[in-house]
Design a protein around this ligand. Structure first.
Ligand code: S3P
Length: 425
């Protein structure tokens, strides 16, 4: 993909459904009783991996590209898959599904692509093992492939060392099958979509600060789920609207759950013209239209409790920082090293190639912005968020930018380039 400077991005865009919520709709729909109907489901490769895995376990999932209908078989209706469960590039499928598998009465193997096979799984192996599950990293390196032998498990209280919704959710989903109460405390509250959706389908779950407490129930009920637009996808249009001169973009129907809205707060703190309209609630999730226009941004400090609320947006925030006057410091974000790629290293490599002054640190990066970046050859490292971040950077940079491995946007946003380029027509 080759991209050059554009002027004045104008118009309205509707981003695809939220990735986290789409995954959860498949998992909870599969173990609920009845038909779960999902509207605005994200048809990205990651969520299709979740569909494929649950189909392998005997769940009938109809997907007509618009509405997904999951014929749930109840908490104890999954059957042993006859083959390896392939989670593709999806950390969410791998970790959340492992929680469900921990409580089944069968054994199976979970594996994914090269990126998944290098991502840390100790973080779920430890708590699920404490619950009594048997999970083995077959290569002995704490990564997938994982052999999971479902067991009779028991509830635990777990003090998670990381603020990770994937870890929290894996434990809570296992808790559905455990004897007694299961609770998870995390340092900072991570996205709470599992808790909200569980509540929506009749789960017994409460939250107290950064602790989620779940008690097993006899059954979960199917529900109609309307998935809000993904704020992590909307983030690319927020950034594009702010950094491309002459732009004004309206992003419709974006989920603004407070555990996910750090990007909006950062845009405001950097001096961005950004506002929300039409705020309402859909299936327990707050939703709004977001309007952005070109702004003179300035650098800021990003650290502490806000980090989990914008963890997936840090690559595009780093791009905004390159266009902002002064220094932006990102701290407390060591988790970036264990995402689809090492996002500290990959952002440093690629922003440096564009002539941006960036220094990687142990838990983030320091960017001295304000000098127009130069087009360069960008290595996506097959990380969708890296490809999309640099497609946006290219729109306001000198010369031509070429993104190697640009197709990886299919993971979370198959129509990304079309939607982006439509705004500059
Ligand atoms: C996700 C949680 C986050 C996020 C990922 C999706 C989820 O990961 O980065 O893209 O759906 O629960 P961690 O739990 O590793 O922070």
């Amino acid at each position: 993909m080759k991209i050059t400077r554009k002027n004045g991005l104008k118009g309205t865009v509707s981003v695809p459904g939220d990735k986290s919520i789409s995954h959860r709709s498949i998992m909870l729909g599969s173990i609920a009783d009845g038909i779960t109907e999902v509207h605005h489901f994200l048809q990205g490769a990651d969520c299709l991996s979740s569909i494929a895995c649950f189909r392998q376990m005997g769940i009938n999932i109809e997907n007509n590209g618009d509405i997904v209908r999951i014929h749930g078989k109840g908490l104890h209706g999954l059957k042993q898959p006859s083959d390896i469960l392939d989670t593709g590039n999806s950390g969410t499928t791998t970790r959340l599904m492992s929680g469900i598998l921990a409580g089944q009465n069968f054994e199976c193997i979970v594996n994914g692509d090269a990126s998944i096979q290098s991502r840390p799984m100790r973080r779920i192996i430890t708590p699920l093992s404490l619950m009594g599950a048997s999970i083995e990293s077959l290569k002995g390196n704490d990564c997938a492939p994982l052999k999971i032998t479902g067991k009779k498990i028991k509830g635990i209280h777990y003090d998670s060392p990381v603020s990770s919704a994937q870890v929290k959710s894996a434990i809570l989903l296992a808790g559905l099958y455990a004897e007694g109460e299961t609770s998870v405390t995390e340092p900072v509250l991570s996205r709470n979509h599992t808790e909200l959706m569980l509540k929506g389908c009749g789960g017994d779950i409460t939250s107290n600060g950064t602790t989620a407490i779940l008690r097993p129930v006899e059954r979960l009920e199917a529900q109609k789920i309307v998935v809000p637009g993904d704020i992590s996808s909307a983030a690319y249009f927020m950034a594009a609207g702010l950094i491309v001169p002459g732009s004004e973009i309206c992003i419709k129907n974006v989920g603004i759950n407070p555990t996910r809205d750090g990007m909006i707060r950062v845009c405001q703190a950097m001096g961005g013209n950004i506002r929300m309209e039409n705020i309402h609630e859909v299936c327990g999730e707050p939703v709004a239209d977001i309007i952005v226009s070109h702004s003179n941004l300035h650098g800021i400090m990003i650290e502490g409790d806000i980090i989990p609320t914008l963890i997936d947006e840090l690559p595009i925030i780093a791009v905004m920082a390159a266009f902002a006057d002064g220094q932006t410091v990102i701290r407390d974000a060591a988790e970036l090293k264990v995402k689809e790629s090492d996002r500290i290293a990959v952002m440093t490599e690629n922003l440096s190639a564009m002539g941006v002054d960036i220094t990687p640190t142990d838990d983030g990066m320091i960017i001295n912005g304000g000098k127009t970046p130069c087009g360069a050859q960008i290595q996506s490292h097959l990380d969708h968020r890296i490809a999309m971040s640099f497609a946006v950077a290219a729109l306001a940079s000198d010369g031509e930018t070429e993104i190697i491995g640009s197709d990886c946007v299919n993971i979370s946003y198959p129509t990304f380039y079309n939607d982006l380029f439509n705004l500059s027509k």
